[in-house]
Write a protein that binds this ligand. Structure first.
Ligand code: KIV
Ligand code: NA
Length: 277
């Protein structure tokens, strides 16, 4: 299969073929996804909640992100790998932002990075893009701002907030992002933004008119036993499947049904001569 490229992603805006994207956090899942020829894999800072057990994405560090990005990269041959810049890695200065964005490319092997933020972040994003590092935007519900929002709530429901999100989208496009994630905003607003932009939108809780869709892999697989937002569709119940399989294993170990003869090794047979034939 042909390798996905950033220009090919932009092309989707014109030809109307939907962009398929998911998060991944490790090698084995990345391998499974890549066989299916999805377009983009985001190593999301959601790794903090999904794999590391933090309550929010805020504690996630650059080193943790690089560690997971490298693992995912090793499993992906075709899709674009995008590294999610964690909280405080692009907030202090242009210099720190460039160094951290560069690490995702140089150490992580990612093709691009993602940052949360709109108009106020546009200048910084421009600096990164000018350094030759591709950036994906992310507006609407931006989980690194959870405390400012006062919780994970839908953004852009009223006219003024919606107008601001639209402005943010246009500012990011102008700053040079190659795509924008729209998270948890009304479908109508996402549709409007999608039709006004020249670059693709990738929605998560933003309706079907976006140019593509992304979900947190563990959510769609039903591996998340905790709260699932309204915008998640659980395509499997792997959490249940894992527990059923492990329960079965536990039972068989306790009853000595496992391992069976077919899982055990035999002693080498004696050579024929020594056996007296
Ligand atoms: O961290 C993440 O998983 C994300 C996606 C949900 C867009 O930012
Ligand atoms: Na994220």
């Amino acid at each position: 299969a042909q390798r996905m490229t950033l220009p090919a992603l932009l092309e989707r805006k014109k030809n109307g073929r939907k962009i398929t994207a998911l998060t991944a956090y490790d090698y084995s899942m990345a391998r499974l996804l890549d066989d299916l020829e999805l377009d983009l894999v985001l190593v999301g800072d959601s790794v903090g909640m999904v794999s590391l057990g933090y309550d929010t994405t805020l504690p996630v560090t650059m080193d943790e992100m690089i560690h997971h990005t490298r693992a995912v990269r090793r499993g992906i041959g075709r899709a674009l790998v995008v590294g999610d810049m964690p909280f405080m890695s692009y907030h202090v200065s242009d210099e720190e932002t460039l160094r951290n964005a560069g690490r995702f490319i140089q150490e992580g092997g990612a093709e691009a990075v993602k940052m949360e933020g709109g108009t106020k972040l546009a200048g910084r994003i421009r600096t990164v893009v000018d350094a030759g590092i591709s950036v994906m935007g992310h507006i609407g519900l931006t989980p690194q701002s959870i405390h400012q929002f006062g919780g994970y709530r839908v953004q852009g429901k009223n006219y003024y907030d919606a107008r601001q999100i639209k402005k943010d989208a246009l500012a990011l496009q102008k700053a040079g992002v190659f795509a924008i994630v729209l998270e948890a905003i009304p479908a109508e607003l996402a549709a409007e933004i999608t039709s006004e932009l020249d670059i693709p939108t990738i929605g998560i809780g933003a309706g079907k008119e976006c140019d593509g869709q992304i979900l947190v892999l563990n959510d769609l697989l039903g591996l998340n036993q905790e709260f699932t937002p309204k915008f998640v569709k659980r395509y499997a119940e792997l959490g249940e499947a894992v527990q059923n399989a492990v329960q079965h294993y536990l039972d068989e170990v306790r009853s000595s049904a496992f391992p069976g003869a077919e899982h055990a090794y035999d002693l080498k047979r004696k050579p024929l001569r020594e056996a007296g034939n």
